[in-house]
Design a protein around this ligand. Structure first.
Ligand code: HEC
Length: 168
């Protein structure tokens, strides 16, 4: 009985020792703020990004933040939050060899939807991507800048004016 009491007291003491302290809370707040700021500048470690002027960096950071919202509203359902798509049905954007080299076709694809099967990383997909005719050229540029620079992709920055010339 004595030893049982002792072990209960010990557990209780240990619990006290590891219970939640206000300083832990401060640390957690700091930690989440840190994560938040890191996630607000997704392209910071990107080599191409480092070479841009400060003005361009600011512009493309805004594009990426807008692009992320547009992605959530228009694309995430199919291509998923991790950009990996759905096995055999929806192609990945993360690490996509198609996206990397077909920027012009991607702008057209987002606007008009797909008409022919596309092969991504060796797998052929059905042309079932819908058109997004409601998106402006600037929004397409923001989306492309976001998908080009997320999930480890470093496929470059896309300007709104560039999309306008592509879609003319
Ligand atoms: C209804 C599901 C669906 C939605 C929504 C959708 N896609 Fe797709 N996407 C597909 C499919 C399926 C393909 C393959 C099309 C083909 O083979 O012709 C594709 C292909 C692509 C490709 C080229 C292939 C690759 O993986 O690199 C890109 C880039 C792309 N989509 C981006 C987007 C973006 C950006 C959005 C949001 C504006 C979007 N998609 C919305 C289903 C979808």
């Amino acid at each position: 009985m004595n030893s049982l009491l002792k072990s209960i007291t010990l557990t209780h003491n240990q619990f006290n020792r590891f219970s939640f302290q206000p300083s832990h809370f401060n640390f957690l707040v700091f930690y989440f703020l840190f994560l938040f700021f890191i996630s607000c500048s997704p392209a910071r470690n990107n080599e191409a990004f480092k070479k841009l002027s400060t003005k361009e960096q600011n512009k493309f950071q805004k594009y990426i933040i807008q692009g992320r919202d547009l992605y959530k509203a228009n694309c995430i359902f199919c291509h998923q939050a991790d950009g990996l798509g759905v096995k055999k049905l929806i192609p990945p954007l993360a690490g996509s060899d198609y996206l990397k080299v077909n920027q012009k076709q991607t702008a057209l694809l987002i606007k008009n939807g797909s008409t022919t099967p596309i092969t991504v990383n060796g797998i052929s997909y059905s042309p079932t991507m819908p058109a997004h005719a409601h998106l402006t050229n600037l929004e397409i540029a923001e989306l492309m800048t976001y998908i080009n620079n997320s999930w480890g992709n470093e496929f470059g920055f896309v300007d709104g004016k560039y999309v306008s010339t592509l879609l003319e």
